[in-house]
Design a protein around this ligand. Sequence first.
Ligand code: PLP
Length: 384
Amino acid sequence: MTDYRKLELDYGLPLQPKRDIVAVRGKGALLYDENGQEYIDCAAGIAVASLGHAHPKLVAAIQRQAEILITCPNIKYNDRRSELLEKLVQVTPASLSHAYLCNSGAESIEAALKFARLHTGRTNFVTAMRGFHGRTMGAVSATYTPKYREKFQPLIPGFDYVPFNKIEKLEAAVNDDTAAVMFELVQGEGGVNPAQADFVAAARELCDQRGALLIIDEIQTGFCRTGRFFACEHFDLQPDIMCIAKAMGGGVPIGATMLSDEIRVEPGLHGTTFGGNPLAAAAALAAIDAYQSENLASRAAELGAYFEAGLAVDELPQVRSLRRLGLMIGIELKQKVQDKLAELLAHKIIALPAGPNVIRMLPPLVIEKTQIDRVVATLRQILA
Ligand SMILES: Cc1ncc(COP(=O)(O)O)c(C=O)c1O
């Protein structure tokens, strides 16, 4: 039998710590390895497979589009791309009226930073400590956490970082040179830290007063994960720019930078070969249709509450706290999480860390209650 682990290790660049699984197939919230062993996937491809694996509507849309037209660069018009653009404007906050389509979260962030400089004529950015925005040079410059950035100096100048949810620090940092303030509404990689409503409101007001744009990174929180279609809805927030990706295509790579009406970019100043290709657009259209028709935002809210109630962390001595918005769940331990993640894996449950001592659970939104029961029972056993 082919040794797939060896092939990846010999010929790949294993930059991210590997779980010892060769995942070859998935269905709903379940993943299977090459021997047919079943796992519950509480990572969902790192917040991507919100529809679960092999969702029939998504599969059919991809198959159909693959037979018709896979590529169509932005130098032509395209039916699927135009439909997706219209749909995105319908489902995102009312302040956003048009979109730049790309292929990943980091690309969406890069475009947001460039467009903010163009629109304001200013150079600087303020972001939140413990935030995470991706691995390209602009995104890394926006990320304060030293391990992501310090080996890549010199980075793009003009970034300042403030503690998350600290209004007075934000007030002190935003000035006439600030092109934009950017943060996540629930910090994902940084520990599942939800924004406080007064911080979000203050950020919006401050940006308006001082002529800066507000960029919201919904790359991890978007598409029903937090119990609303976008996390902005929890805060009644109208951003100037919103970055989306991950669950947008149900697993097919796609991202977008959503822009408010006044932000316009001249032809020639930015572009992409693959962004907005018909295959990814068809996948995103099918995924959005499924999020809406299966009421997955309400399902995320309901199942998140069900998970939290079942886990009853007050009874678990190894747990410091649980933070959650919808089905974006962080369980902060009093110790490092790596051993616990390994124990979960031994019980055939795949989960993620969020910083050194938080277990992050991002199950597909279609996960069944019986599957949550299994995850919760295992967590209660290993955290007792
Ligand atoms: C909040 C947030 N922003 C940006 C990114 C980068 O996205 P990508 O890995 O698609 O470039 C991520 C990825 O984890 C993320 O969670």
